[in-house]
Design a binder for this molecule. Structure first.
Ligand code: CDP
Length: 222
């Protein structure tokens, strides 16, 4: 298959997108892209520069100056921002708190959307996010919307975090981000009209991966 095909996997926090998208990409030998990591990296730069994440003008000015470099490594599209690879810093609670206001900034969205579209030059993509099927690649061949109950999502994220927060505190942090992500004016979290919805509550990761791969296989055969 030529490069530049896209499988979009959208959904709220901790719906299982990352693990599922990684496995789908590995099974197809396509490149995995975590678009949330790119927004997190912009938020991380904003915090490092002591800019208030909700100061729209200051964030926009800073975002325009960021030099980002994207490359392929171990089956994924990774990046350096301002010459640095952010690594584990992206998952810190300070970044969790800053990322939704930063990602609601229309200038940040325009810049990151351009970066994400440019990644098609690197190969076939399995890209996870909030607006991949609706805004970034509305023409994507495959669009999935992954969901799970709020309780299940809080449990899953709690099992991954290492900052000693309770399940309730993790659930509250997720809920706050979901609200900002769903209510923002630019590219809110929505189900693209032609997306397949998969509710992963009670499903294993491998069940979800199998559902997606089966749909892709069927579509390729017809
Ligand atoms: O890993 P988790 O699902 O918690 O979040 P993420 O995918 O790392 O995304 C972090 C934040 O980036 C989200 O809460 C959104 O505010 C923003 N985001 C976005 O606005 N659009 C995307 N395509 C991806 C992420």
């Amino acid at each position: 298959m030529e490069k530049g095909n896209v499988i979009a996997i959208d959904g709220p926090s901790a719906s299982g997108k990352s693990t599922v998208a990684r496995k789908v990409a590995a099974a197809l030998d396509w490149l995995y892209v975590d678009s949330g990591a790119v927004y997190r990296a912009v938020a991380w730069r904003v915090i490092q520069n002591e800019i208030d994440p909700s100061d729209q003008d200051a964030v926009a000015t800073h975002a325009r100056e960021i030099q980002a470099n994207f490359f392929v490594e171990s089956g994924a599209v990774l990046f350096e921002m301002a010459g640095e690879r952010p690594g584990e810093a992206l998952r810190r609670e300070a970044v969790n708190r800053a990322v939704s206001p930063v990602a609601a900034n229309p200038v940040v969205r325009e810049i990151v959307t351009d970066w994400l579209r440019g990644m098609r030059e690197l190969g076939n993509l399995v890209m996870e996010g909030r607006d991949i099927g609706s805004v970034v690649f509305p023409e994507a061949a495959f669009k999935f919307y992954l969901d799970a109950s709020p309780e299940e999502r809080a449990r899953r994220r709690h099992a991954e975090t290492q900052e000693g927060l309770s399940v309730d505190a993790v659930g509250a942090s997720l809920q706050l981000r979901d609200q900002i992500d769903s209510r923002r004016m630019t590219a809110p979290l929505t189900v693209a009209k032609d997306a397949d919805i998969v509710d992963s509550t009670g499903m294993t990761i491998d069940d979800v991966v199998a559902v997606i791969l089966e749909r892709v296989r069927l579509a390729r055969e017809t």
